[in-house]
Ligand binder design. Structure first.
Ligand SMILES: CC(C)(COP(=O)(O)OP(=O)(O)OC[C@H]1O[C@@H](n2cnc3c(N)ncnc32)[C@H](O)[C@@H]1OP(=O)(O)O)[C@@H](O)C(=O)NCCC(=O)NCCS
Length: 390
């Protein structure tokens, strides 16, 4: 017996992802909100939506904080209760959790959750510095290590312990670029070869250019309501049946393992228990591939394979569209892009499309159960959500 719905998604929106020159974050969020409103004509946004939770990681990009009120204003939700959530790259995974709390508590009937980031107008060194603020200041940032460096440490530990190779990492990139080539909203819509990935320049060994997620502009949102009200708004709701969030030490140096994220494992366990499901019940997943090694570790932390077997899973092509458990059908952070604050609810947007049969060229046949895995920083925050077709 699958878990009972906590809340239902009745609509969702996603802006185009990419270099959105000449636009502010607020305009990009308004684009995502408009899609969500257009998809749901039975909803009167100003009347029905009682709260907005919006994930946003960095005010440094636009010198603009106070994101909750800013996005409410530009989405046409003036006067609504509006709050920003911040948990690094899991900021909108946290917004989704906050929306679930609001609906489950009975305080709100209908809420919007989402996320936004505008990054590409800044130089790569500036972006790298802003992102690094989500790592430990005295022991990591101060010594000059950045996110590619931290994930390179995980990659070398995984290679040493389990025999994972640079080819395995590159295979994740090739798969996600293939999926991204099928997604008209993806930042990079081009297929690549294994050779392209392997011969790209080294960023932090063993991670090369094509092992890194993209610096991207974008926004995403969902409209949530109580399951008993869902049919008022749509004939095709998607139910959230499991939700887990956990944290870990901010500094990576204090962790027991470099080859697994404790917060992600804990969040996944909570979500599976709540949903009364096992990893083998999942038909489609979006995982946090901020670097290719992170996708391999995610396979293991989520129980899609045993610890240490992530490299073999990708080698056997098991996570490609049409195979046993398609992962990152949207293109993932690698190819769709990673506007950090928007990523968590962008993953949920892909689940909404997949479970309502609207994913077009990248549709997973008969998808009934989906999962999203959103990680903040090097793993000090993780959220996992499980979804079921309504
Ligand atoms: C990898 C990275 C450093 C490359 O940045 P860069 O060296 O400044 O590269 P540029 O922006 O100058 O782009 C140069 C070329 O590489 C391409 N490119 C940039 N990043 C890319 C990526 N991650 N994957 C593939 N191609 C990429 C650009 O499209 C551009 O191609 P073009 O010359 O055909 O137009 C940057 O993408 C990065 O920092 N990514 C990780 C972001 C991150 O840490 N996110 C948070 C995770 S926790």
């Amino acid at each position: 017996m699958k878990g009972k719905p906590l809340v239902s998604i009745v609509s969702a929106g996603l802006s185009k992802f990419g270099k959105l020159e000449g636009f502010y974050a607020r305009e990009i969020f308004a684009e995502a909100a408009k899609e969500a409103f257009d998809r749901c004509p039975n909803l009167n946004p100003k009347r029905d939506i009682q709260a907005l939770f919006v994930g946003h990681m960095g005010e440094s990009y636009e010198h603009q904080g106070h994101t909750g009120a800013t996005m409410a204003d530009w989405a046409g939700l003036l006067y609504v209760s509006a709050t920003r959530t911040e948990a690094a790259c899991a900021s909108s995974g946290a917004a989704l959790r906050a929306g679930i709390y609001a609906v489950l508590s009975g305080l709100c009937d209908v809420v919007m959750v989402g996320g936004v980031e505008k990054m590409t107008h800044r130089t790569t060194p500036e972006v790298t510095e802003y992102l690094a603020m989500a790592s430990d200041y005295p022991f990591e940032q101060w010594h000059g290590i950045t996110f590619p460096g931290l994930f390179a440490l995980m990659a070398t530990a995984h290679m040493h312990k389990y025999g994972t190779t640079e080819q395995h990492l590159a295979m994740v990139s090739v798969k996600n670029h293939y999926h991204g080539s099928l997604n008209p909203k993806a930042h990079m819509q081009k297929e690549i070869t294994l050779e392209t990935a392997l011969s790209s320049r080294v960023i932090a060994w063993p991670l090369k250019l094509f092992d890194c997620s993209l610096i991207t502009d974008g926004a995403s949102c969902l409209i949530l309501t109580k399951p008993e009200n869902a049919k008022k708004y749509t004939d095709m709701p998607v139910h959230i049946i499991g939700s887990g969030q956990a944290s870990d030490t901010i500094g990576m140096y204090e962790r027991e393992s470099f080859t697994s994220l404790a917060a992600a494992k804990l969040a996944a366990r909570k979500a599976y228990e709540m949903a009364n499901l096992k990893p083998e019940d999942v038909n489609v997943a979006e995982v946090h591939d901020c670097f290719t090694i992170a996708e391999i570790i995610a396979y293991e932390d989520l129980g899609l394979c045993k610890p240490g077997e992530g490299g073999h899973l990708i080698e056997k092509d098991e996570t490609k569209l049409g195979r046993r458990i398609p992962v990152n059908t949207s293109g993932g952070l690698k190819s769709k892009g990673h506007p950090v604050g928007a990523t968590g609810t962008a993953q949920a947007y892909e689940m909404y499309l997949q479970l309502t049969g609207q994913a077009e060229k990248r549709q997973v046949k008969n998808a009934e159960v989906g999962l999203t895995h959103n990680v903040g920083g090097s793993g000090a925050t993780a959220t996992v959500h499980i979804y079921r077709r309504g």
